[in-house]
Write a protein that binds this ligand. Structure first.
Ligand SMILES: [Fe+2]
Length: 155
């Protein structure tokens, strides 16, 4: 799995976790899901910051623009992860807040996939992306994060 496929899979999984949390009325299950979302978001971001963006940064002028946009997107994720720390107890408020965060996440996913990943693909090339994908998978393993592809589906 190359780096971009891996990051897209993360996006899809985190988005599904949000849906699962929104559909879950049990407070304990909800807070478990939120913790998982938060941990996954943070690993996703750290992995991009430590591996993906440094690789892009060394990819010449074309890649530099992509890095700038990517960093804006990176900030969005940090805000979402922080907001998940304080979630209202009340179910209605909780769902309302989560819906707003989910909308920000979806927007992030759209922007990053359309504007960052699609341009990074030709800038980095197939071989480099495969190599980076491997590094990212190793990174995630070390963090004890949900593995990609072969990993269990979130409940
Ligand atoms: Fe992302």
């Amino acid at each position: 799995m190359d780096a971009i496929e891996l990051m897209k899979e993360d996006h899809a999984r985190i988005s599904q976790l949000f849906d699962a949390a929104l559909a879950n009325l049990d407070p304990q299950a909800r807070s478990g899901l939120l913790q998982q979302i938060r941990a996954d978001l943070m690993t996703h971001e750290k992995m991009k910051q430590d591996i993906f963006y440094p690789a892009l940064r060394s990819g010449g002028d074309q890649a530099k623009d992509i890095v700038i946009e990517g960093e804006v997107e990176h900030h969005v994720i940090a805000v979402i992860a922080d907001s998940l720390e304080e979630v209202p107890e009340d179910v209605e408020q909780w769902r309302a807040k989560l819906k707003v965060l989910k909308a920000s996440l979806d927007e992030h996913i759209r922007n990053e996939e359309e504007r960052v990943f699609s341009r990074a693909r030709p800038a980095l090339g197939r071989e480099r992306l495969e190599q980076l994908g491997h590094e990212m998978a190793t990174f995630k393993n070390r963090q004890g994060a949900t593995p990609n592809a072969a990993g269990p589906n979130p409940k």
